[in-house]
Write a protein that binds this ligand. Structure first.
Ligand code: APR
Length: 229
């Protein structure tokens, strides 16, 4: 029976693929007022701006590739039962080949009906832009399948279950400022090894093993230490 390895990732793991993070210098929130482009109030106030913001982020997705850190996570699937929990809305974990990815904040390549949120549609690169006039097959308006600020995080329960059953927990590339994602650390069973890979790590409890490296370097080190002899 393979040990359960749970890996929680943030924007930092996609930085080396060329996707800017949110809160580093030059980050996304320096150029866009977050409450205008990523909140429920913002969507009510100016949905056209939010459709365009996510169209621009989708267009960028087609110019980037998974990086060595994404691939190292896939490599660990040889020896561990790996579950990825990500705050990221990009599809780089899936494109790298990860077999289990749980998105906490939604997915860029998905949209959903506004009146019927259970109707979720996957866009493709030839049809990836939406506007306020976009309609689904039932004629209903659609929105990005993204968890905006001020909205609930429906996948936090399954994420907590995964972390509470983990034999090893790894956190990569997140500033740990956005809850409930940042609180996953609290659900690790006592004695379970926890690693945190981040070049500018946030303050974490002493029992967390901090690897102050960028994701590709930190994951290379971690694979060396987690790979069975
Ligand atoms: N490798 C690893 N980590 C990196 C790298 C890198 N090459 N470059 C930057 N980082 C780290 C930064 O040090 C920082 O700790 O990535 C983290 C990025 O933090 P944020 O920009 O706050 O991103 P994240 O923590 O994922 O944000 C959480 O906030 O705006 C919301 O919904 C959005 O999911 C996002 C959430």
């Amino acid at each position: 029976m393979k040990k359960k390895l749970v890996i929680s990732t943030g924007a930092g793991i996609s930085a080396e693929s060329g996707i800017t993070t949110f809160r580093d210098a030059g980050g996304l929130w320096e150029n866009y007022p977050v409450m205008d482009v990523a909140s429920a109030d913002g969507f009510a106030r100016n949905p056209a701006l939010i459709h365009e913001f996510y169209n621009a982020r989708r267009r960028q997705l087609f110019e980037v590739e998974p990086n060595a850190a994404h691939r190292a996570i896939v490599e660990l699937e040889q020896w561990y039962d790996v579950n990825v929990i990500t705050q990221n809305v990009d599809d780089l974990h899936e494109r790298a080949g990860s077999s289990s990815v749980l998105h906490l904040h939604g997915e860029l390549m998905k949209i959903r009906s506004i009146p019927h949120p259970e109707r979720i549609y996957t866009l493709d690169r030839h049809n990836c832009e939406t506007t306020v006039d976009s309609r689904d097959e039932y004629g209903d308006p659609v929105r990005p399948h993204i968890v905006f600020f001020q909205e609930a995080v429906p996948n936090i329960e399954p994420a907590i279950n995964l972390v509470s059953e983990a034999d090893i927990f790894v956190v990569i590339g997140t500033s740990l400022v956005v809850y409930p994602a940042a609180g996953l650390l609290e659900f690790v069973r006592r004695g379970v090894p926890v690693y945190y890979i981040d070049p500018h790590p946030a303050q974490v409890p002493g029992w967390v093993d901090v690897i102050p490296e960028k994701a590709s370097v930190g994951m290379a080190k971690l694979v060396k230490c987690l790979r069975p002899e």
